[in-house]
Design a protein around this ligand. Structure first.
Ligand SMILES: Nc1ncnc2c1ncn2[C@@H]1O[C@H](COP(=O)(O)OP(=O)(O)O)[C@@H](O)[C@H]1O
Ligand SMILES: [Mg+2]
Length: 263
């Protein structure tokens, strides 16, 4: 009998950062898939251009930080001035991914009492053209309160005026309330789903919760699609696969509603 309950997920990206395939191998099929994800996100919002976008998932370790960082890079590579924010104040990874210190960051801004927010104090260059980063900062005892604060809203408005695209890595919807607190103040939210791991009921519940919080759910990214699942059969050593779905899965009711519901 196991003495301890098996720990869920992995802390790999927390310690070592996310794998940036879009930087390491921009010509690879996987990088191309990330570019397709970017294009599809743009298509999803022809009526209203997206300037603030968050990625979330149902549970931890579904590939959210990996997908968020790589999609942000493809926006930067397309020439959009992009800010990538680590909004996962419980399992932050961005500082590890870009190998920078995390002594200051988003929480510094949110807990500061100064009226003015000086972005130069907290935002850093990533080393990738057009991509700036804002790490989580020291982990606070009250993340949901901070993410849902008026100051966070003010901060989002401020960064929007400085960047073409603001992309936030937010914690999983079924685990904590942070994402719901902020979601309605963003132009769109994308759900990361890990094939064969994320339960369908979990996805449906996550989407329900986001909608309840008045988020604009743009679609989902199917992560870790294996060839044997009949997905994108790129025989890559990584076992990576990324796709972006909406229409087809919508018909199947993945989002818990009928095709005619629209949005
Ligand atoms: N498509 C994939 N193939 C293989 N490993 C992956 C894939 N996506 C994510 N991972 C790994 O899964 C773990 C969790 O990913 P991460 O991006 O940190 O998820 P989250 O932010 O949702 O917790 C990490 O070790 C990461 O390297
Ligand atoms: Mg993460």
């Amino acid at each position: 009998m196991a003495l301890f309950r098996k720990k869920r997920g992995t802390d790999d990206t927390i310690k070592n950062g996310a794998q940036l395939i879009t930087v390491a191998d921009p010509r690879s099929a996987i990088s191309e898939q990330f570019r397709t994800i970017r294009t599809n996100i743009n298509f999803m919002s022809v009526d209203k251009e997206i300037h603030t976008l968050a990625f979330t998932s149902a549970n931890i370790s579904e590939g959210k930080s990996t997908v968020t960082a790589n999609v942000a890079i493809t926006y930067a590579q397309a020439g959009r001035k992009t800010l990538l924010i680590d909004g996962d104040l419980r399992r932050p990874t961005l500082h590890s991914t870009f190998n920078v210190k995390n002594n200051t960051g988003l929480t510094t801004v949110l807990t500061s009492e100064a009226d003015e927010i000086n972005l130069n104090d907290v935002v850093e260059e990533s080393g990738i053209e057009n991509l700036s980063i804002l790490t989580s900062g020291p982990i606070p005892p009250n993340p949901a309160e901070l993410i849902g604060s008026r100051r966070m809203e003010t901060f989002i408005e401020l960064v929007k005026s400085h960047y073409d695209m603001v992309i936030i890595d937010l914690p999983p919807v079924l685990e904590v309330s942070d994402t719901q607190e902020l979601a309605s103040h963003l132009d769109g939210v994308v759900l990361v789903v890990r094939q064969s791991v994320t339960q369908k009921a979990g996805i449906t519940r996550a989407v329900q919760m986001l909608k309840f919080a008045k988020a604009r759910v743009l679609g989902y990214v199917m992560n870790d699609i294996r060839a044997e699942n009949g997905g994108y059969g790129y025989g890559y050593g990584y076992g990576y696969g990324y796709g972006y779905g909406y229409g087809a899965e919508k018909k199947k009711g993945l989002f818990g509603r009928k095709k005619s519901d629209g949005q």
